[in-house]
Design a protein around this ligand. Structure first.
Ligand code: DC
Length: 228
């Protein structure tokens, strides 16, 4: 029987992590754990309850009582918080703005990392985030660090927003991507960092399928090594 692996995918926003980890999980029949969605869920609940993102005591109590589950829906994967589907509610601009503040809280990071370790311990998981290969699963079976230039990631984001009918400027979108990178890299707690043993994949000039095939080849080799 094939060994069920722990696969870590880290990288900056807009590099294609979500698309690729979902595609990988589907191909391998693994569970996809979107850790950004977990931090977004904490931010959503904090917002609903009027909790200050700097109030560590209140955030700790919130994390202790909340449950987060990922379930596979017919068309997409859903996130349930305390049994309620929040998959769309965690993607609003307000929650996106609040999330970096909440995810910078050491108590929130500690609680989420513990939960992620529990969810992934048995293997058969693809976890995507910023600190999976460095902090959450330093012993993951396969680690990828997915990147693309800020200009390319800004362009992808710009096209996404245009398709949603939003009035945006490319230069502004690229500047936002750069600002987010700087904040993600500079924070004291679990900054965005490539693990020494991660396979770096630059998706700037590659299609989703090209990247997916590249990753699958590496994963299959690892499966064979661990099974054989
Ligand atoms: O990947 P995303 O845009 O859904 O992430 C939302 C926020 O959560 C973003 O500010 C980065 C942060 N995050 C984090 O700090 N650590 C993770 N493992 C995943 C996301």
């Amino acid at each position: 029987m094939k060994k069920k692996l722990i696969i870590a995918i880290d990288g900056p926003s807009g590099a294609g992590k979500s698309t690729l980890s979902k595609a990988l999980a589907k191909r391998l029949d693994y569970l996809n754990i979107d850790t950004g969605a977990m931090y977004r869920s904490v931010a959503l609940l904090a917002q609903q309850r009027g909790i200050d993102p700097h109030d560590g005591v209140a955030l700790r109590a919130l994390c202790d009582e909340m449950s987060i589950e990922f379930i596979r829906g017919d068309l997409s994967e859903r996130v349930l918080v305390n049994g309620v589907d929040v998959s769309d509610a965690i993607r609003t601009p307000e929650v996106s703005l609040l999330t970096p503040q909440v995810s910078a809280s050491p108590v929130v990071r500690e609680a989420m990392v513990q939960l992620q370790q529990k969810m992934g311990a048995a293997g058969g998981v693809v976890l995507e985030g910023r600190d999976i290969g460095t902090v959450v699963f330093p012993y993951a079976d396969v680690k990828f660090f997915l990147s693309a230039t800020a200009a390319e990631r800004g362009l992808r984001r710009y096209k996404e927003l245009l398709a949603k009918g939003m009035d945006v400027e490319l230069r502004q979108t690229i500047a936002e991507v750069e600002a987010r990178d700087a904040a993600d890299t500079a924070r004291t707690f679990a900054p965005l960092m490539q693990a020494d043993d991660a396979v770096a994949v630059d998706s700037t000039r590659l299609s989703i399928d090209d990247v997916l095939n590249k990753m699958l080849t590496i994963i299959e080799a690892k499966e064979a090594e661990l099974t054989g």
